[in-house]
Write a protein that binds this ligand. Sequence first.
Ligand code: ADP
Ligand code: MG
Length: 727
Amino acid sequence: MSKLRFKAVAAAANRKPVEVEKPKGKTSEYYGVNVFNRRAMSKYLSKETFKIMSKVIDKGEPINRGIAEHVAAGMRMWALENGATHYTHWFHPLTDGTAEKHDAFVEHDGQGGLIEEFSGKILAQQEPDASSFPSGGLRNTFEARGYSAWDPTSPAFIVEDTLCIPTIFISYTGESLDYKTPLLKSISSVGKASIDVCHYFPGSEDVTKVNSNLGWEQEYFLVDEDLFAARPDLMLTGRTLMSHESAKNQQLEDHYFGSIPQRVIKFMEELEYESYALGIPVKTRHNEVAPNQFELAPIYEECNLAVDHNLLIMSLMEKIARRHSFRILLHEKPFKGINGSGKHNNWSLTTDTGINLLSPGKDTEENLRFITFIVNILAAVHKNNGLLKASISSATNAHRLGANEAPPAIISVFLGSQVSDILDKFESSTVKDAIVVDDKKGLSLGVGQIPEILLDNTDRNRTSPFAFTGNRFEFRAVGSSANCASAMTALNASVAEQLRLFKAEVDALIKKGKAKEEALYEILKKYIKESRPIRFNGNGYSDEWKAEAAKRGLDCETSVPVIYDSYTSKQSIKTFAGILSEVELHARNEVKWETYTKKIQIESRVLGDLALNHIIPVSITYQSILLVNVAKLKDVFEDYKIKGAEQIRLIDKISSHVNAINAKVHEMVDARKKANNIENEREKAIEYHDVVAPYLDEIRYHIDKLELIVDNNMWPLPKYRELLFIR
Ligand code: ADP
Ligand code: MG
């Protein structure tokens, strides 16, 4: 009998929900208590410093050393009063997750004792010895200096005993080594480009700042910790590399939006309490489609803050799950045969005057502005569809995309029938019939009123990777384990570049003597025509769409290492101007290829070990039992071959699966050796994708067959039904 598996099942089945203590008061009363937010700043900073900090946050004004000194003093006092003993620069290296190195506040006081110290210099800049973070060759180890620098637009916060200061991370030579630096640049770029375009329209001529917003929806699985510990593949790779499907999984759709299991509710409650204390406005929680799959979503926020909050919440989830004897799975595809997890990125642009630029307006001018932004986003996504796909591609997300549960590995835009109709009408009209001269209003566009029901009438096409949902776009192809910054940087940069081009083209026509409305109209019409191939309202899962998309010239590449090539295309280099240099783009791709290779390499090793050390021995043991049985039948019966027919059949099957597994594992090891000798990171990753990765499925096939043959009592690894239904 497999001891570990059955002990784990028993432990998991007997687990009780863990009670959690609700913070005192209403949510609004303890919201943000662990954040050095405006409320705390107004209390701990002088009026003057507070005013300057508000400008830094709202207007992106630069900060000087003197101010940093004042802020550090206030921040230190606040942190010490709230129990912090350490501080850290918190940054997002090019690995998954976040990095932090804690230092205590203490310094010598010169009299044999210690005092709590924290200067503006330390707040503003640090030099972590971070030579082990990936740089894609941007840093040599002999000059491995990397600097972290304070991002004052994302407030500092306290986790346990540590004051965390959000920072960017750059190399000695100024290249970015993180996700945040290009994200901040892309936010600023799309903001500036949007302001200029806003100024064409009455009603938004006074706009001085445009924000990009992000509302992410985080999907995840929870698995009991004992069952998790009995699955080396889950522990080491985040996904199950084997296991036959459970007889029941998600067919009945009885989990989706069902009542949340008690242990899980307690986990969610504690997560929410901690999130609120950290100023993360979590709002929605529910069961997802697959068994033991759940979702969490906050109210959307400014993009940079939303990205920080998502990273913070992913680490909170890991920590809090353990307190409830769960392990959280953020992998995009932990289980074969059921849905994987994504992270929809809801994205919009809003002005400091309260306008959502992706919301249809009340009158024709506002609607022209709405159409302008929609059409430019279409054009941006069209031109950069390969890049946007690259921005969400990873070894782990590849299992989900194109798997009939998630968007295909082709980027297209779903607009819904109403907005599509409006654009079609716009495209087929002539300037004369579209622009009506109205005595009172001057020029106005006769493109028709956009019905008010638009907002609640967006037919939700779940198969689209990039869908318009009434007042925002939803980038659905993002993976559950990803740093949203990657997708948001690519999107903001694409839209920014497109809006700048649009402005240049419109201005050129105006200069030639065209009326503003006419110029806008002409260019928009051109863009609608050019970007038509990106629009697709049909079923993104169908094979017809794959064929059609190829005909339309959309990027249909499915190999992740090759998809990354889009980052360095001519168009991408233009798109990233001022955000990431060509050198940085190449360096980042090196990191991506290396990460891809390592992930497949680890999976391949883990599967090889499990196959040879767990699965084959157990299968042979069971086969021996059958052999003994047949031998004994032979002692008793002459027709033992008839009486033992089933045993003999199984003996034969086990042999053929065991031999196949053994042969494939050795072939895979050889394939790995060959791949490891390749020096070029891109080629190595391609070799891992083309030659090594296919073995994972082939070997799994035979293991899953054996799972159905071998005595259940002997099978060593928790089965899907146990992982997915014990909670
Ligand atoms: P769904 O119905 O797609 O599951 P919800 O309506 O719950 O999604 O919203 C998903 C996310 O979209 C939330 O984070 C929400 O705050 C966010 N969201 C709503 N409106 C906007 C907007 N204008 N811009 C960006 N995000 C938004
Ligand atoms: Mg959604």
